[in-house]
Design a protein around this ligand. Structure first.
Ligand code: ZN
Length: 279
């Protein structure tokens, strides 16, 4: 069975394994609201499919994801699924905050708590919003050419809306990455524990599938209990409260930018990022 929507492809490469692919390579898998909700539908279908024990999230093209597609706007393409969203059509900061609670943090939380193991398979660049597709997954396998960055302090906000940086990288490295807008390569991400395995780019699909097949051989309920236990451990450390606080601060940044620049991001950001890349 292969199901395809405009931006997402579902494959079943082995017994017990669903492979969901970001299929917008010409836009470097930039996330329009349509892509996010097609991804959510595919993940939910795999979660509900009794034949699926492990879900792989992969990406077509040279890069995993270039982040949000800001040109695509901020309207939900369907009814909210992650929150009882209210105020989506409100003016001021209210409408955009409701959108980010639902379409960014809300979806990420749903994906993070899918009661089956999930494995992300990342090649090339993952930038800012791209991290919110990667970090909610349980295991990350990276190609040796993978890089990760979150340069959005240049745009006057704190970082990507799924703000687990301190858990992914440790507090000091997370701060440096955010403050400088620099790039983390696959080997440093591996050293920090953000990435489970690095493999040659040509072997990424096969290595990810081999790990998925190995996990799929174990009982589904044991896997679910292990996942929930780890996620609740993170919750006990305060991760959920930290996520809510960071999203509120992120939206304070957006509101400030709207007041200052009539745009949710500081329009000088791209120039700051270009200048930083040359140093
Ligand atoms: Zn935002």
């Amino acid at each position: 069975m292969t199901e395809t929507t405009a931006f997402i492809r579902r494959e079943n490469p082995a017994e017990g394994v669903a492979r969901i692919v970001l299929a917008r390579p010409e836009m470097r898998n930039a996330q329009s609201p349509e892509l996010l909700y097609q991804l959510d539908a595919a993940l939910a279908a795999a979660a509900h499919d009794a034949a699926v024990k492990v879900i792989v999230l992969a990406a077509d093209g040279p890069d995993f994801s270039s982040g949000h597609d800001l040109k695509a706007g901020f309207a939900l393409p369907c009814e909210p699924v992650a929150t009882i969203a209210s105020g989506l059509d409100e003016p001021g900061a209210a409408g955009h905050y409701a959108f980010e609670c639902e379409a960014y943090l809300g979806l990420c939380r749903r994906w993070r708590d899918i009661p089956k193991p999930t494995i992300a398979s990342a090649q090339g660049r993952t930038i800012a919003g791209g991290l919110m597709l990667l970090w909610p997954m349980d295991i990350i396998v990276a190609a040796d050419n993978a890089t990760f960055s979150d340069p959005v302090t240049a745009f006057g906000v704190n970082g990507v809306e799924y703000f687990t940086h301190a858990w992914e990288l440790g507090a000091r490295r997370a701060k440096e990455l955010l403050f400088t807008g620099g790039i983390l390569d696959a080997s440093e991400a591996h050293q920090l524990g953000m990435v489970n395995h690095i493999v040659p780019a040509a072997e990424l699909d096969a290595a990810t599938l081999a790990l998925a097949v190995r996990i799929a051989a174990r009982p589904a309920f044991g896997l679910r209990l292990a996942k929930e236990s780890i996620n609740r451990s993170l919750d006990a450390q305060g991760q959920q409260v930290a996520l809510d606080t960071a999203l509120a601060l992120h939206n304070l940044g957006h509101a400030h930018n709207v007041k200052q620049f009539d745009s949710i991001i500081d329009p000088r950001g791209a120039e700051v990022i270009r200048a930083g890349a040359q140093t």
